[in-house]
Design a protein around this ligand. Structure first.
Ligand code: URA
Length: 449
């Protein structure tokens, strides 16, 4: 209904109230339901109005589902991302005396790479503002891992972040402030309960709105593919990587993506304190080969994007430069880098029931088991156990005898063992012959066209 002489889309609400909103959410839902493009104005309005509480959750849920089913083209995704960025504040690192580089992983099992990576890159005079999140479901969260270190603080002021990047450790791993892309916070929570998470335009815009708002000069994306990842198949992972690289590039952020394997857990530990311990091994020049390989590959990409392609990253892990940065970074955030890490009160081993070569190890099953031990949370407000998780004692390619332990499970609450062990049922496949394993965890590299 139009009020005399006014712009279209003005609408009477009830008898008295004249809405001054530019659009009607129902029209916008119908546009996408009927497979049409959303205009820039429609996108700007619907994101802003949803953030303000004018568009109801059930309307946004319907629009998300229409997008899930009918997609968005490149221009729509770019505008949707921009509208989410514009819903909040932007950080500005342009006054720092050095380039900035960041990394984002789409999430996996045993993925502790941020911990050694951020101080390693900072050792080459590149600032690393790593605004991170917590784990939900079977994938771990970087902040949960670091909170296993006594005293360490995830919440920092913008001034403190600038100080650490400017005169301090040069790397900071902390919680993203509530002011960054608030539209995404609402939207992501809604998608989580309406089965609209696994949608390339919505995932890409969600991740990239936060990363662009964060203000990094360059960004390396670790897009996981496999059983323990969001994207189970290669084609969809490639589509997600390409979409995010395009969004970053169009926004002036040098962006590159590595597609990496997440069929098998990364490294030999899953769980918060256990993963910190393994990260320290990497920073001390050791650690499992796959974790070291991925840390070095991502560090090279970040340093190349920041204009330092010749940095010898391997040397900085071996000679203690990365470890020095780590110690500074942890202390500047209130942590004690020398404090012993918490250890679980109870452990239990899961053994091979026959002999043979391990052919495969299902990352999802290991992630779920670790979550059930208390390392992860089912709801955002749940606490996590720093001590809980899984040590992996044998991996694909190893020969095991009947009765040999494959997993050591850790928890503070032994009543959790039964369900955790049940989720490992069938997780490990044994065979008579040594399997042919991929020679690299990195499957592909996707850069700007
Ligand atoms: N991570 C995000 O930040 N957003 C998504 O949509 C999926 C993963």
């Amino acid at each position: 209904m139009q009020a005399g002489g006014q712009a279209p889309h003005l609408r009477w609400e009830g008898k008295e109230k004249l809405s001054t909103e530019a659009f009607d959410a129902v029209e916008i839902i119908a546009t996408k339901r009927d497979k049409h493009r959303l205009s820039d104005e429609q996108i700007d309005w619907v994101i802003d109005a949803y953030t303000r509480g004018v568009v109801a959750d059930e309307q946004m849920a319907a629009l998300n589902m229409a997008i899930f089913l009918n997609g968005m083209d490149r221009a729509e995704i770019a505008r949707w991302t921009q509208a989410m960025i514009d819903s909040g504040e932007r950080m500005d690192f342009s006054t720092l005396p050095r380039p900035t580089a960041d990394k984002h992983s789409t999430g996996g099992v045993g993925d502790k790479i941020t911990l050694p990576l951020a101080p390693l890159v900072a050792a080459f005079d590149v600032a690393v503002p790593q605004l991170s999140g917590r784990g939900l479901g079977h994938t771990g969260g970087t902040l949960d891992k670091l909170e296993a270190i006594p005293g360490w603080q995830a919440f920092l002021s913008n001034e403190k972040i600038m100080e650490m990047l400017g005169e301090g450790a040069g790397a900071v791993i902390c919680a993203a402030g509530a002011g960054l892309a608030p539209a995404d916070k609402k939207l992501y929570a809604l998608r989580d309960i309406t089965s609209t998470v696994e949608c390339v335009p919505l995932i890409a815009s969600s991740i990239m709105s936060k990363k662009i708002a964060e203000g990094t000069g360059s960004l390396v994306l670790d897009v996981k593919v496999g059983s323990g990842a969001f994207m189970k198949d290669r084609e969809r992972a490639e589509e997600l990587a390409r979409t995010m690289v395009d969004l970053g590039t169009d926004a002036g952020v040098t962006t590159v993506a590595l597609l990496t394997n997440m069929d098998t857990p990364l490294g030999l530990t899953v769980g918060n304190a256990l993963e910190v311990r393994e990260s320290l091994e990497v920073l001390a020049g050791g650690g499992p080969a796959d974790v070291v390989e991925l840390t070095l590959a991502l560090a090279r990409e970040m340093l190349t994007a920041a204009g330092k392609p010749d940095a010898d990253v391997e040397a900085a892990l071996k000679d203690g430069r990365a470890m020095d940065r780590w110690r500074r970074m942890i202390s500047e955030q209130g942590g004690d880098p020398d404090a012993p890490l918490p250890v679980a009160a109870h452990t239990e081993e899961v053994r091979a029931d026959s002999e043979g070569y391990i052919q495969s190890m299902d990352a999802l099953a290991v992630g779920v088991s670790s979550w059930r031990l208390g390392a992860g949370r089912a709801r955002k407000e749940d606490p996590v156990q720093a001590e809980a998780g899984i040590e992996i004692l044998a991996k694909p390619g190893d020969f095991v005898r009947a009765g040999q332990p494959i997993f050591r499970l850790h928890t503070q609450t032994p009543e959790r063992f039964e369900r955790a062990i049940a989720s490992l049922d069938g997780a490990v496949v044994l065979g008579a012959n040594a399997p042919k394993l991929p020679d690299s965890v990195v499957l592909d590299r996707i850069a700007a066209n």
